[in-house]
Design a protein around this ligand. Structure first.
Ligand SMILES: [Zn+2]
Length: 308
C-alpha cells in the first residue's frame, strides 16, 4: 500500500478483559476511547468497521506463566518468539539472546532498510545515554531495536519544538529527571504533536510504560492518572490524524485491566487500529503478528531473504 504511514503506539501492560468492577478500563471515564468505541475498552468492544478494528490478541507466546515485558516487546518489535527461544517469559530488559533478535530482525530496521522513514517519537536525555554507557541503566527493547537500526534518537531540543512526546505524555514526570524548566503539555496537545510526527514519517513508534508501572503500583503512579494520560494522548492523536496515517495501538501483556492484584495478567491484549489500513490487521491473533502486518501496510517485503 504505497503512501501509507503507520503510527505504532506501544502501551505497556494493557490487557483486554470483560467489563467488571475490578477492571479500571471499564470503570474510569476514558472519554477518547469511549467516543471511538462507543463504550469502554473491554472485550465487548471487539469489532470491525471501515477505518476501525479492535481485536483481542494473545500475548502468551505459547509458553506457560505470566507474559513479561522483554519477551513481549521483542515479539511486537520483531515478530520473533523469544519466549520459546529462552523457554520462558523474560521480564523487563532484554538479555543477550533477545538483544540479538532486536538488533537483527526489528520492523524498524527492516522498514529503514527498505527505504522507509522511521522515527522514535520519545525523547532521551544526555544523562540517560550516559547512564546506559556506564551500566547504571539498561536499555529497553525499543531503544535497542531503534539503535541497531541506525535511527537517530530525539532529544530535548526536539521536545521543546513539539517534535517529540515523552513517556509520561504530560512531561511533568519526565521533567523531574530531565529539566525542571520544561513546560508541561496537555495530553491532547502531546497527541497532536505525535500525529504530526506520524504524518511526516512512514513509521513512527511511541511507547509509554505509564500503564504498566501504575498497574504494579510503582513510582507512585496511580492507575486513574496513567489511564487519563494515555486516553488524552489518544484523543489528541485521533483528532489530528492525517488521512494517510493509520494508528496501531497494542500492548505486550495485560496488567492494568485487573485491579485485583498488581502483577501481569494472562488476558489477551487489545489490537486497536484506526485509519484506512485497518483491514490489513484483520485476523491477527497474536502479538507476534503485528509487526509483519505493519510492514505489509508500508509495502516492505517479507524477511525471508535476510534469514541466515
Ligand atoms: Zn510489568
Amino acid at each position: 500500500m504505497p503512501g501509507e504511514r503507520v503510527l505504532f503506539l506501544f502501551i505497556d501492560g494493557v490487557g483486554l478483559a470483560a467489563a467488571s468492577p475490578s477492571n479500571p478500563l471499564a470503570t474510569l471515564p476514558t472519554p477518547a476511547l469511549r467516543a471511538l468505541l462507543g463504550g469502554p475498552l473491554t472485550a465487548d468492544a471487539v469489532g470491525e468497521r471501515p477505518g476501525f478494528l479492535l481485536s483481542a490478541i494473545d500475548a502468551g507466546l505459547g509458553v506457560p506463566g505470566r507474559p513479561q515485558s522483554a519477551t513481549g516487546q521483542t515479539a511486537l518489535f520483531t515478530g520473533k518468539n523469544g519466549a520459546v527461544l529462552l523457554g520462558h517469559h523474560a521480564t523487563a530488559f532484554p538479555g543477550p539472546q533477545l538483544r540479538a533478535l532486536l538488533a537483527e530482525h526489528s520492523i524498524f530496521r527492516r522498514a529503514a532498510e527498505a527505504g522507509r522513514s522511521v522515527t522514535f517519537a520519545n525523547p532521551f536525555t544526555a544523562s540517560y545515554w550516559q547512564a546506559l554507557e556506564e551500566g547504571r541503566r539498561k536499555a529497553s527493547a525499543s531503544t535497542l531495536a531503534i539503535r541497531a537500526a541506525g535511527i537517530p534518537f530525539r532529544d530535548l531540543d526536539d521536545l521543546r519544538r513539539g517534535e517529540a512526546v515523552t513517556w509520561d505524555v504530560r512531561r511533568d514526570l519526565f521533567a523531574r529527571a530531565a529539566d525542571p524548566t520544561l513546560p508541561i503539555v496537555a495530553d491532547a496537545d502531546a497527541g497532536a504533536n505525535l500525529a504530526r510526527l506520524g504524518g511526516r514519517n512512514d513509521l513512527t513508534l511511541y511507547e509509554t510504560f505509564l500503564t504498566d508501572l501504575a498497574g504494579h503500583h510503582r513510582f507512585g503512579l496511580h492507575v486513574p492518572d496513567a489511564v487519563e494520560r494515555v486516553d488524552g494522548l489518544l484523543g489528541g492523536v485521533l483528532a489530528a490524524r492525517p488521512s494517510d496515517l493509520t494508528v496501531v495501538l497494542t500492548s505486550d501483556h495485560g496488567n492494568i485491566e485487573d485491579a485485583s492484584h498488581k502483577v501481569h495478567t494472562t488476558n489477551p491484549v487489545p489490537l486497536l487500529v484506526v485509519g484506512r489500513a485497518a483491514p490489513a490487521f484483520a485476523g491477527v491473533r497474536s502479538i507476534l503478528e503485528v509487526g509483519d502486518r505493519i510492514l505489509a501496510v508500508l509495502g516492505v517485503p517479507g524477511e525471508t531473504p535476510r534469514e541466515r
